[in-house]
Design a protein around this ligand. Structure first.
Ligand code: BG6
Length: 496
């Protein structure tokens, strides 16, 4: 697909994301010659900076960029940096944007970006609507000449009500087709590969249902704590920060029916149907039995003392915000009736890993009575990160007399596939938005359906005495989390 000449205008440009993800992503696109001939980045924020200072900060002297560019790229970094500009807004984002409009239109004429503008909102969400309004006041939402797109960062809403209000707010100024809601997990190759695994093969999909699948497990673990983001995180928690968005997106790709086509409309129609079929937990007993929250407490890892969550900077010393959430739920539709899903996400785990485990049922007539442990052990493990790949566990005969069955692995690693550059999530997503492809962006109804499911859990945790368990930093969460998975023994803890 051809990318039109265009300008990317980043709001909140002095923030961490611009230097850490956006500019390095753009640089890789530049290096890979994916950017259009005429392309300009305009950073916008409240800080007072010149173009030169901004270029230094996000490109020329940026550690993040340096780690991507080889020495021989140095000339390239300079060429790339020359396409970057900066404009400050003064003390506030909610001001008259006539000066900004003038700057945009000057750059547009000078660099021939043909009135194609993408606005990337990387500010606190409370500013999204005001920015959309002020852009509209300057006619910058008008697609009569050139495209106008709005990319919004997470978090998209704080709960169901605020997400709905935000959708409504933005849609007053931009059409849904102009709005791109980022979920960077959708930019990950392995997450997209869930669609290919299921729908480009004939060996998995026939088994992909309640007749053959026993239960589904998803683990998202991070070894880091909340770091410098305590202030944000304490008002959020694992359920809002990871589960409502990234993990439910993964769930929707596992649960969805085959779309009739791989375009944005069809795929997102099926995803929203999947999300709407999650059984919403309404009564206290279910909420109590099927959800677990916990916080990491101080412990020693490799001889070093690691702070507990409540001791982290920016965190309330009596906080009940969860850094661990484990949820059991069902999907009420024909395909998934009665198949339990177990999903957990946490910080300060032993390692950083995200994986999906499809546990298949045992053969219904067992003829190898001595096969012991293997019987319940057919698994498809999709490693989202790291060691991206797919693992199938199946039984083989142990050589020798009798029929002893052992477990064997069929293991595929992405790293063994090609030497081609695998795009980083942000790189891929930026390019898609530049090409007007919204397949990997969340639609309004998807985001709302995910909040519908999450909202009662948030309410329950807020208003009830639901216990906040503790777990030592560096272990796989509280022991009680195994109770959730009763009947199956325990969670599968991926190795380091
Ligand atoms: C972000 C969360 O959306 O995703 C962070 O706000 C989390 O808390 C991060 O650390 C995880 O992303 P990844 O790509 O490192 O798994």
């Amino acid at each position: 697909t051809k990318t039109e000449n265009q300008m990317l205008i980043i709001f909140g440009a002095s923030g961490d994301l611009t230097a850490r993800k956006l500019v390095p992503g753009l640089f890789n696109l530049f290096k890979g010659k994916h950017l259009p001939k005429n392309f300009v980045v305009l950073g916008v924020s409240r800080s007072d900076m010149t173009d030169a200072e901004f270029r230094k900060k996000v490109a020329l002297e940026s550690e993040h960029l340096k780690s991507q560019a080889t020495v021989k790229d140095f000339g390239l970094v300079e060429d790339f940096a020359n396409q970057i500009f900066y404009e400050d807004l003064g003390s506030n984002y909610d001001v008259n944007y006539s000066r900004l409009e003038k700057r945009i239109s000057d750059l547009n004429s000078k660099y021939r970006t043909e009135n194609n503008y993408i606005f990337y909102l990387s500010t606190p969400p409370s500013l999204f609507e005001a920015i959309a309004k002020n852009l509209t006041d300057q006619g910058l939402n008008d697609e009569t000449s050139g495209c106008k797109r709005l990319i919004v960062e997470k978090p998209f809403g704080y709960d169901l009500e605020t997400a709905k209000a935000l959708n409504k707010g933005l849609q007053q100024y931009f059409k849904e087709s102009q709005i791109y809601r980022i979920d960077h997990y959708l930019g990950k190759e392995t997450v997209q590969n869930l669609l290919v695994t299921r729908f480009a093969n004939s060996i998995f999909e026939p088994l992909w249902n309640r007749n053959y699948i026993d239960h589904v497990e998803i683990t998202n673990a991070e070894s880091g704590g909340v770091g410098s983001r305590g202030g944000y995180y304490d008002g959020s928690g694992a359920l809002r920060d990871m589960f409502q968005n990234h993990l439910l997106q993964i769930v929707s790709l596992i649960v969805m029916e085959p779309p009739i086509d791989a375009n944005a409309q069809e795929i997102r129609n099926e995803k929203v149907k999947a999300l709407r079929s999650l059984r919403i937990m309404r009564d206290e007993k279910t909420l109590h039995d099927h959800t677990i929250r916990a916080q990491y407490v101080s412990s020693k890892i490799n001889g070093e003392v690691v702070k507990g969550y409540r001791e982290e900077d920016g965190v309330d010393s009596e906080s009940t915000t969860e850094t661990y959430a484990a949820i059991k739920f069902y999907v009420d539709n024909w395909r998934w009736k009665d198949v339990p899903f177990y999903v957990r996400t946490a910080k300060r785990m032993p390692t950083k890993v995200t994986e999906v485990v499809i546990h298949f049922k045992s053969p219904h007539h067992q003829i190898f009575k001595d096969s012991g442990m293997f019987n319940k052990d057919n698994k498809l493990i999709i490693r989202i990160q790291p060691d991206e790949g797919i693992l199938v566990k199946f039984g083989v005969k142990v050589p020798g007399q009798g029929f002893k069955v052992e477990r064997a692995n069929l293991d595929f690693y992405y790293s063994g596939l090609t030497e081609t550059h695998v795009m980083e999530a942000y790189e891929r997503l930026l390019l898609d938005a530049m090409q007007g492809d919204a397949t990997l962006y969340a639609r309004a109804d998807e985001v709302e359906a995910a909040w519908e499911f999450v909202n009662p859990i948030l309410e329950y945790w807020k208003n009830s005495e639901a216990k906040v368990y503790g777990y030592s930093a560096g272990v796989w969460g509280p022991e009680n989390a195994d109770d959730l998975i009763e009947g199956y023994g325990m969670w599968r803890n991926p190795g380091p």
